[in-house]
Each structure stands twice: as C-alpha cells, then as structure tokens.
Design a protein around this ligand. Structure first.
Ligand SMILES: C[S@@+](CC[C@H](N)C(=O)[O-])C[C@H]1O[C@@H](n2cnc3c(N)ncnc32)[C@H](O)[C@@H]1O
Length: 248
C-alpha cells in the first residue's frame, strides 16, 4: 500500500502545508520556496518544477515569482487535493485529535495570499524517476523531502541535467531518512561506510551530480514539524542543498 494515498497522510499533509505552525517553526513548504526564490534573485524565472509536491503548497509559493510552475507527485489523492486547491481555492480536511475524534478544517489559498499564484500552476500525477521528455527546460527544480523516498535516487539525480536549463538551479531538501521499504540498500548513495570512511547522502549527491552540477553554497539545516495528532508531532531537521547546472 502506498502510504501517501491514505486519508491519514492526506490530513497530515494538508495540515502541514496549509495549517497552523507548531513550536515556533514556520511553514516548511513556504520556507523552502523562500530559499528557492532567494537563489533565483537576478535570474530567469520562467518555469519551475516541484517534484514530489504532495498537496501543493510549495508549488503555489514558487508561483509568487515564477511565470509557470508545475507540481508533480506519484500520489493520486495528493494531486487531486492540490488541483482542488487550484480550482476551488479551498478544501476541507480532517485534523485528527485522537482516534476518530477531530475537526473539519478548511484550507484557503486566499488566507495565504496565493489566489493569483493559482493561475500559474499546474499539477499532474507523475513518477519523478521516469519523467516524460516534455518535462524539460526548467529554470528551477525543487525536490522537497523526495530523495529518501525513491527506489533509485542515483537514476533520479542523473536525470536532472536533462530537465534543467543551462545554469538552472536545483534545490534538494531532505532529512535523509533512509528506509529500505523505499530505497533498497543496493541503491543507497550514502548512509554507509566505504573503506572505513563514512559516506553521507550529501557526499553521494556530490559524486553523482559532479559531472553536470556544482554546489552553489554550503547546505543549510531547515527544521519542520508534522502534526500527527493533537498530542504527537514529528520534529525533523532537513538539509537543503542548492546546485547549479554547469553550462553544456
Ligand atoms: C515526504 S513527502 C514530501 C512532500 C512535500 N514535498 C513536502 O515536503 O511536504 C514525499 C512525497 O513524494 C512523493 N513521491 C514519492 N515517490 C515519488 C516519485 N517516484 N515520483 C513523484 N513523487 C513521489 C510522495 O507521494 C509524497 O508526496
């Protein structure tokens, strides 16, 4: 079963993207988009691709500054919800308190000043590891908390040079939560020792991306909180790395 198709995860991600902040930690998709926007200062901002966009908040946020933004995700129910936010500007979801008890909450783009952005986004179900050739020519690709959910992260990273323009910007955020149910150990690009030396996923990304990308700046930590129930929260610290595609 794909966890990202369940009502449980849909409620959690709607709240994560469009709901309240907890413990003083601000909205994660919006802060990721903010980092992307800073990296794009003075650069072409025609089109951006948000891979693993879930229910779409970072896609809408990127459309504050990009002319066109496409959000892609493997989950039908997440993309349905992102599309509902685009077309209706709002959507109800269930915010669980405990067991079957909770409240219906309405997420509204207008409350986030994202109504204009909605005209510039499109969403589709797609596998980030197997993108159709039409997905190319982007000034920015953002992959938020996606890389540690992929079956073959190396193949994904290798495909990115085709998708970005020359000098296009790649932003990858991840807490690097390696789980064999998503990524078989044989496909790990880091999180192990090689000849007695620890290889992190950042090291692995540097190796795989080196032929076509250079790191723009030192990666930064970006914490986030996902509310599971009224009394249970996940507090995670992602690392955000930014890369620029070398001229062909
Ligand atoms: C941990 S969530 C992160 C979602 C969102 N970017 C965020 O930061 O809130 C991972 C997302 O990647 C999606 N996903 C997993 N594998 C994928 C693939 N091969 N192609 C596209 N999306 C994928 C999942 O459906 C889920 O929405």
């Amino acid at each position: 079963m794909n966890l990202y198709e369940t009502d449980e995860l849909l409620g959690q991600y709607m709240a994560f993207h469009y709901g309240e902040s907890y413990f003083g930690i601000g909205n994660y998709p919006a802060r990721c988009a903010g980092i992307c926007q800073e990296l794009m200062a003075g650069r072409e901002k025609r089109s951006a691709l948000d891979l693993g966009c879930a229910v779409g908040r970072s896609t809408f946020e990127l459309a504050r500054v990009f002319e066109q933004v496409t959000g892609l995700d493997l989950s039908n129910s997440f993309i349905e919800s992102a599309n509902r936010m685009k077309t209706d500007g709002e959507m109800d979801y269930f915010l669980r308190d405990q067991g079957d008890i909770g409240t219906r909450v309405t997420a509204r783009l207008a409350d986030m000043n994202l109504t204009n952005a909605a005209r510039k986004v499109q969403f589709a179900v797609a596998d980030a590891c197997n993108l159709e050739p039409e997905y190319t020519g982007y000034d920015l690709v953002f992959a938020g908390n996606l890389i540690d959910r992929l079956q073959d992260p190396r193949a994904f990273l290798e495909s990115l040079s085709r998708i970005l323009t020359d000098e296009g910007t790649l932003v990858i955020s991840s807490p690097y939560t390696l789980l064999e149910e998503y990524t078989p150990k044989a496909n790990w690009i880091g999180g192990f020792e090689r000849n007695g030396v620890a290889v992190t996923i950042l090291d692995g990304m540097k190796e795989v991306l080196a032929p076509h990308f250079e790191l723009v700046q030192e990666p930064v930590d970006l914490p986030f909180v996902i509310r599971e129930t009224r009394r249970k929260f996940q507090h995670t610290i992602a690392e955000v790395s930014a890369w620029r595609r070398k001229q062909a």
